[in-house]
Each structure stands twice: as structure tokens, then as C-alpha cells.
Design a binder for this molecule. Structure first.
Ligand SMILES: Nc1ncnc2c1ncn2[C@@H]1O[C@H](COP(=O)(O)OP(=O)(O)O)[C@@H](O)[C@H]1O
Ligand SMILES: [Mg+2]
Length: 477
């Protein structure tokens, strides 16, 4: 009996040491009005709050494969941060995956493809330094490096044009070059003044300063015609933001003024000259926070990495990537192997607190504890559309007896159609899954449709089936 007791006591001791250390509770816990709740630690279940007043800097990086939950983490974080601090956020959205959420969260979406950014704007800089930036922008856009003579001519023209005009535009530059008979140089730039690719020509239509103080803003870059243009637009916006940041001056309090979010923006986080580096280096003084999410950490410049106080490592499979992260923040073999096995939303977190600690530690989070915004599905039924909360609808599908795969098919259909699916498509899918007309009718009734709408939905579904039949016959014939 006694030895048994000893054994379990020893065992209990062992149990304590088998789990990796977690930071002290007082570092992780914060008054919910002062920190953003993230989730609970895996072993001691301590709630984790992100509190910039306890951290060495307000920057955040999120790493993980596609689908691991990076964007979800960003959304959850920004939603809570804006509730606590009423903070502003500007998201540079490369792939157009934020616009729907930002609209739902009451924010603003700017489609950059419908705007103009005057590349010759001085952005508050002295002429000389801006000219350097513009030339390197043209290196990207027009491959100027391959035309050294024209490159010199353009630089020379820029010098002159700022003396001639207070707010010159690209077309002024082209005209100037033409006047001076620098035909080839003019031609290199002229195509960026032609309709359709004149995004950087003409007067800026955006008030960037206003954007940085407008709550939640998504700058959607994905409709710009080329990757170069997206990068360049991103870089130009960051130049503006950096200059605004410097002009605003420093702050005593630690309230974040602006979150700058770069999601999958590896192209511009890589470049030595990129202003991402300036923002990350100086942001702390000005209470500007950079949030940078990427699937490939090796694309993130080392300087950026070493200036980030909070790192979320979500599922990462490639050993090369894990090794890169590990060499920057350090963690045990155990954590390393867990990271490769993570499910969606699981995270290893590394926070550097401003209070000195013996050892910075990377701890495991049970899951990023997200808040899905209320998502509404709309089912079309002629005169009467039904709106139903997504989770509720999915619960009802489960109750009807659909399996995971079938539910996924319906979910995808809603996603594809931006949340609106016609009733007859639902009927069609359910019939395909083997449901009888009567069970579908009672399901749709439960969803909220009235009799006359049901009749209409079913006759449309029938018509569709009939026309499909005809098409099939024609194809086969
Ligand atoms: N912590 C989480 N809890 C619940 N669902 C999550 C979580 N993280 C991600 N998801 C879901 O997983 C899917 C992929 O997430 P997403 O953020 O788009 O991945 P990534 O940006 O890394 O490609 C989304 O449907 C998202 O809603
Ligand atoms: Mg994403």
C-alpha cells in the first residue's frame, strides 16, 4: 500500500516535468480591458493575453502552412483589439481574402485597382531621397536596370521636373523626356500612362492619412493587373505609412495607434530596402504595430524576424522552415515535433516580455480561441428569401442526417456564391444525396419557407432537371 502510494507520488512528480515550461501566470494574464485574449496554454490552461505594455515591442508574426489558421488569427486578433483600444488597422490584402470579413466587421474596403497612386508624390520626403525610391520603383516596373543610359536620363528629368512643378505626375515626366528628345526613355515609361495600366499615373485618389485613422481598413490589391504592380503599390503605401508615423511623433502611453497587416506579403518583406524594416525598427516608439503573416518564414528578412516580440508558429511541415524559425527563437525538440503535427489553429507562441527573464520560452497554445463573426446564409426562394445563421443551418443539416462530406459540398456552394444560394439548388443537392421530396419539404419548412414558396422552389428544381436532361441528350447525340 505504502509503496503504491510512493509510486503514484513519484509518478505525479514526473508528470510535472514532462510538460514543457510555460511563462509565469502574471505575465500571461491581464485585465481583459488591457490585453487581447488569444487562447489557453496547453498544459496549465492559463489564459493568454497579448498586452503590449508587457511586451518588448508590439509586432507580431504568424507563420504556418496554407490553411493552418494565419488569417483567422489576424481576424480574431483585430476584432478584439478594436473592441479594447478602438485601434485603427490597415490590411494590405494581396489575395483579396479579407474584404468580406472587413465589410462584415463594419470596416472599409478599398479596391486599389479602382484608385490611383501618384508615384511622383514626395510622400513628405526631401526630393533627393524620394527620387532614389522612385528610380528603384521604376527598376521594378520597367526593368530600368537593363537600360542604364535611359535610367540616368530619367533620374535627371526627375530632378528637373520637381523644380518646374509642385505636384508633378508621370505624364509630366514623359512629356518632359519627349521634349528633350529622350525618346527611348519616354517610351519606357509611357506605357504606364496608358489606360488600364495607369495606376501610378495621375493624381492620387487616396487620402492615406485618413485611411490610417479610419478604424478597420482593407486595401485590396488583388485586382491590380500584375504582381509587380501589387508589390509596388504595397511598397508605396508602406512608404506613406512610415512617413506618417514619423511625422506623428512619439507617444508616452502604449496604446497602439495603428496595426499594419501584411498577409502573404512575402515579396515586400524580403527586400532590404522595404519600409517594412523601418516600421518594424521604429514602430515601438510610435506605437505602430506590424502584423506579418507568411507561409514561408525564410522569405522574411532576418532584421524583421529579430525585431518581432510575438511569434505564433502554426502548423509548419517543411523542416527547412521549422529550422529557420527555431534558429531565431529557439525551442525544444518536443515543441518542434508538435509544430509539425498541429491541427488547425494550434500554435506555439513565443513572447518576449520587457521584464527581464532568464529564458525566453516558446509555449504551446491549445488553440487560437477565435470568435467567428456571425455568418449569414441566404437561401433564395423567389419573392421570399430566408436568412439563417451559418452554424444554425449546418446544425440543421446534421440533424437531417447529412454526413461531413455532404455538408462540405453545401458549404462550398454557399462560399462559391458569396453566401447566397437558390432554394432549388438546395433541393437538387439534397435529392442527389438521396432525400425524398417529403423530407426535403419538411426540412425547408423548418428553415422557414412558406407553402407557396416551396411550390415555386420545387417547380424550379424540376425545370432545371428537365433542361439538364435536354442538354445531356444533345451532348450525347
Ligand atoms: N483557431 C481556429 N479555430 C477555428 N477555426 C479555424 C481556426 N483557425 C483557422 N480556422 C479555419 O480554418 C480555415 C483556414 O484558416 P485560414 O486562416 O484561412 O488559414 P491560412 O490563412 O493560414 O491559410 C478557415 O476556414 C478558418 O475559419
Ligand atoms: Mg490566409
Amino acid at each position: 500500500m505504502k509503496s503504491n502510494y510512493m509510486l503514484s507520488k513519484q509518478l505525479a512528480k514526473r508528470m510535472i516535468i514532462v510538460h514543457p515550461p510555460e511563462p509565469r501566470k502574471d505575465l500571461l494574464l491581464t485585465n481583459p480591458n488591457e490585453g487581447v485574449y488569444i487562447g489557453k496554454t496547453r498544459f496549465l490552461h492559463t489564459p493568454v493575453f497579448w498586452d503590449p505594455s508587457k511586451l518588448i515591442n508590439p509586432h507580431i508574426s504568424i507563420i504556418g502552412i496554407t490553411g493552418s489558421g494565419k488569417s483567422y488569427t489576424v481576424k480574431t486578433f483585430l476584432t478584439r483589439a478594436s473592441l479594447i483600444w478602438n485601434s485603427n488597422a490597415i490590411i494590405l490584402d494581396w489575395v483579396g481574402e479579407y474584404d468580406k470579413w472587413v465589410r462584415q466587421a463594419g470596416g472599409r474596403v478599398i479596391n486599389l485597382a479602382r484608385e490611383r497612386l501618384n508615384i511622383l508624390d514626395l510622400v513628405g520626403l526631401p526630393k533627393q531621397s524620394r527620387i532614389k525610391q522612385i528610380i528603384s520603383a521604376f527598376d521594378v516596373l520597367a526593368d530600368l536596370k537593363s537600360f542604364p543610359q535611359e535610367r540616368d536620363e530619367i533620374e535627371d528629368a526627375l530632378e528637373n521636373i520637381y523644380d518646374m512643378k509642385r505636384k508633378p505626375e508621370l505624364s509630366d515626366l514623359v512629356k518632359y523626356l519627349e521634349r528633350k528628345n529622350r525618346k527611348k526613355a519616354a517610351r519606357l515609361l509611357k506605357r504606364f500612362t496608358a489606360e488600364g495600366s495607369d495606376f501610378f499615373a495621375g493624381k492620387s485618389s487616396l487620402d492615406i492619412k485618413a485611411l490610417t485613422t479610419s478604424g478597420l481598413v482593407c486595401v485590396d490589391l488583388h485586382e491590380l493587373p500584375t504582381e509587380e504592380m501589387r508589390s509596388l503599390a504595397g511598397l508605396t503605401l508602406l512608404q506613406y505609412i512610415k512617413e506618417l508615423m514619423r511625422a506623428e511623433g512619439m507617444r508616452e502611453d502604449k496604446k497602439i495607434r495603428l496595426f499594419v497587416v501584411l498577409d502573404e506579403a512575402w515579396k515586400i518583406a524580403q527586400d532590404e530596402r522595404s519600409d517594412v524594416i523601418a516600421i518594424v525598427r521604429e514602430g515601438r516608439k510610435y506605437n505602430f504595430s506590424l502584423i506579418i503573416a507568411t507561409q514561408n518564414p525564410t522569405d522574411m528578412h532576418k532584421t524583421i524576424f529579430s525585431n518581432i516580440g510575438t511569434i505564433f508558429v502554426l502548423r509548419t511541415i517543411l523542416k527547412e522552415y521549422r529550422d529557420y524559425v527555431r534558429s531565431s527563437i529557439g525551442y525544444s525538440d518536443f515543441v518542434d515535433s508538435e509544430i509539425s503535427k498541429f491541427g488547425v489553429g494550434d500554435a506555439a507562441v513565443n513572447m518576449i516580455f520587457s521584464e527581464r527573464q532568464n529564458k525566453v520560452m516558446t509555449f504551446l497554445l491549445d488553440k487560437i480561441d477565435g470568435e467567428d463573426p456571425l455568418f449569414l446564409y441566404r437561401i433564395g426562394g423567389g419573392k421570399m428569401d430566408i436568412e439563417i445563421e451559418r452554424e444554425q443551418f449546418i446544425r440543421m443539416l446534421y440533424e437531417l442526417g447529412l454526413n461531413e462530406g455532404q455538408i462540405e459540398i453545401i458549404r462550398k456552394e454557399f462560399e462559391k456564391k458569396d453566401g447566397v444560394v437558390e432554394g432549388e439548388s438546395i433541393v437538387e443537392m439534397l435529392e442527389r444525396f438521396g432525400y425524398s421530396k417529403s423530407s426535403i419539404i419538411s426540412f425547408l419548412r423548418q428553415v422557414g419557407f412558406e407553402e407557396k414558396n416551396l411550390i415555386r422552389i420545387f417547380s424550379l428544381a424540376k425545370m432545371r432537371k428537365a433542361t439538364k436532361g435536354v442538354v445531356n441528350v444533345v451532348v450525347e447525340g
